[in-house]
Design a protein around this ligand. Structure first.
Ligand code: GSH
Length: 222
C-alpha cells in the first residue's frame, strides 16, 4: 500500500517536472470548485482551469459524465488520476503536495477534527448556505426557508466554536478552513446575514489574509 502510494507520488513528480500541470474542471461561481482553487493558491500549486459551461449543461455531456458520472463540478485531473468531489480532491492534494502536512495534520486527533469539518462541509454547509444561494441566486428549486434555518444553526455553532480560537482546528489553517470558507464567504448571496456572527466574520478575514489566498468570486448584482 505504502509502496504503491510512493510509486504514484514519484510518477506524479516525474510527470510534473516534465511539464505536467494539474487541470481543474471548474465553474467560476461554484464554491465547491473554489475550495480547490483556494487550496492550490495556499499550497502554491500550478493549476490549469478548464471552464465547464454549466449554463449550456456541459456538465451533463457524455464527455463530462465520463469524468464524473454525477455530472457535477469540480473534477481534478492530475496525470492519470481523475478525481470527482471537492472534499476528495482537497484531501488528495494535501496528502500528495502539502510537504509540511499543515493542512492535514499528522496527529490523528487533530486530523479527526479536520474530518469533522469536512463532513460538515458536505452536510449542513451544503444543505444550508450552499443550497440557500443556489435557490435564491440561481433560481434552482428547493426550500429556501429550510436552507436558511440550516444555515443559521450551522453559523451559530461555528460562531461559538470560533469564539476562543482563530482556526477551526488547531493553531493554523487546515483543510477544515478551506472546505468551510467558500460558501460562508458568499452566504449573503443566499439571503443569509452574517451580522450576528462576529467570530465567523473575523475568521473569514483571517482566511482572506493568508499568503496565496484566492478570492471567491461574487455574483454580479442584478
Ligand atoms: N459533493 C460534490 C458537490 C458538487 C456540486 O454540487 N457541484 C455543483 C456546482 S457548485 C454542480 O455541479 N451542480 C450541478 C448538478 O448537481 O447537477 C463536491 O463536493 O464536489
Amino acid at each position: 500500500m505504502i509502496r504503491r502510494q510512493g510509486a504514484l507520488q514519484l510518477g506524479l513528480l516525474w510527470l510534473r517536472e516534465g511539464g505536467w500541470t494539474m487541470k481543474l474542471y471548474d465553474a467560476t461561481y461554484s464554491g465547491h470548485a473554489h475550495r480547490v482553487r483556494l487550496l492550490c493558491g495556499l499550497l502554491k500549486l500550478d493549476l490549469e482551469l478548464e471552464p465547464v459551461d454549466m449554463k449550456a449543461q456541459a456538465h451533463k455531456s457524455p464527455e463530462y459524465l465520463a469524468l464524473n458520472p454525477f455530472g457535477q463540478v469540480p473534477v481534478l485531473e492530475d496525470a492519470d488520476v481523475v478525481l470527482r468531489d471537492s472534499v476528495a480532491i482537497i484531501l488528495y492534494l494535501a496528502e500528495n503536495y502539502d510537504d509540511d502536512r499543515t493542512f492535514l495534520p499528522l496527529d490523528p486527533i487533530a486530523r479527526a477534527h479536520v474530518y469533522e469539518w469536512l463532513a460538515t462541509s458536505a452536510g449542513p454547509l451544503y444543505l444550508g448556505p450552499s443550497r440557500a444561494r443556489v435557490i435564491k441566486a440561481f433560481g434552482r428549486p428547493g426550500d429556501h426557508e429550510q436552507a436558511v434555518a440550516t444555515s443559521h444553526q450551522l453559523l451559530g455553532i461555528m460562531n461559538s466554536h470560533l469564539e476562543a480560537r482563530s482556526w477551526l482546528v488547531g493553531d493554523g489553517p487546515t483543510l477544515a478552513d478551506v472546505a468551510c470558507y467558500s460558501y460562508v464567504a458568499v452566504a449573503d448571496e443566499g439571503g443569509i446575514d452574517l451580522a450576528g456572527y462576529p467570530h465567523v466574520r473575523a475568521w473569514l478575514a483571517r482566511v482572506e489574509g493568508l499568503d496565496g489566498f484566492v478570492p471567491m468570486p461574487r455574483l454580479a448584482k442584478a
